[in-house]
Design a protein around this ligand. Structure first.
Ligand code: ATR
Length: 281
């Protein structure tokens, strides 16, 4: 009898643009693993049905992308701590016959920082720009890394205030207009807004008030070199781009489905960036 090979997926709506099949396909080929990773477009109406029948269809798990992250969190009750905190799910796997839900975005952010700035966990004060789902994941990573003071600035201050209430006493909301004055005390600045993404306005913030030892990180990866990062480099500040967060957040899922912890290498980084620039043509 032929052993069935593990099958994983990414579900979203639409899902055609997802880079995850390229990423996991690269690792399957690199490690010579017999397995598959497919894109499946699932509408919101069909999400619950899909999740219920996932094991019957012989899937070992998969990724969840927009717009299903929050609804999957509501549906799948066995979750890891990160998904519980973030109230959103990006990774599913089967453990002892039970469908489990997790969120690997905080891990992905921290692992990317570890790759590029080994001492980033020694910093104590950070500012996070934005208050959406990505911001929440970054704030959780900062809390886990031991940051003592985390300022959250958002165009709509009320969203920052809600996030602060959720994430606890180490967080403080800041008005968007007060960012420049606040920068003097910031050791790590992270953009989690959509500003700077292809097709969006750039993030126009004057970084000159940041200390010379500050680190600037942008989770935007298309384009890779955002104006924010260019300004940081011009000022001689350490900078970290966003593609590594996308690559690292995929690691725990691949390991759970296919039994091997894959490496984030320069070759993978180049492969995914080439895919992105191909899309841009
Ligand atoms: P995600 O879940 O991916 O983080 P999101 O919830 O849509 O996405 O959040 C997008 C973030 O980018 C928000 O913080 C948003 O600010 P608002 O809460 O005020 O909408 C921010 N953002 C988007 N466009 C912006 C703009 N032109 N200026 C400033 N912030 C902007």
């Amino acid at each position: 009898m032929v052993e069935p090979f593990p099958r994983a997926f990414v579900i979203g709506c639409p899902v055609a643009h997802s880079l995850s099949p390229d990423l996991h396909g690269f690792w399957l080929r690199r490690y010579g693993i017999k397995g598959s990773y497919e894109k499946i477009e699932v509408s919101t109406e069909n999400l619950e049905e899909f999740l219920k029948n996932l094991q019957i269809r012989d899937f070992v798990g998969g990724n969840v992308t927009i717009p299903h992250k929050e609804m999957t969190y509501q549906i799948v009750k066995d979750r890891n701590q990160s998904a519980t905190w973030l109230e959103a799910v990006n990774t599913l796997w089967v453990e002892n016959n039970i469908l489990m839900a997790g969120n690997t975005d905080s891990y992905g952010f921290a692992a990317n920082m570890d790759d590029f700035v080994s001492g980033w966990r020694d910093a104590k004060t950070a500012m996070v720009l934005g208050a959406g789902g990505a911001s929440r994941a970054v704030v959780l990573a900062l809390i886990n890394a031991g940051f003592e003071q985390i300022f959250i600035a958002n165009r709509t201050t009320s969203r920052a205030t809600i996030l602060v209430e959720k994430m606890g006493s180490r967080c403080t909301a800041v008005d968007w207009d007060d960012i420049p004055a606040c920068l003097k005390q910031i050791q790590l600045l992270i953009n989690t807004t959509s500003l700077g993404m292809k097709g969006q306005h750039s993030l126009e913030i004057d970084l000159s008030n940041l200390p010379k030892s500050a680190i600037v990180s942008d989770i935007v990866y298309n384009p890779l070199n955002t104006q924010l990062l260019e300004q940081a480099r011009f000022l001689g500040l350490e900078s970290v781009d966003g593609i590594g967060m996308l690559l690292h957040q995929a690691v725990p899922g691949f390991e759970k489905w296919f039994g091997l912890r894959p490496k984030v290498t320069d070759e993978l980084r180049k492969f995914v960036l080439d895919r992105l620039s191909g899309d841009a043509m």
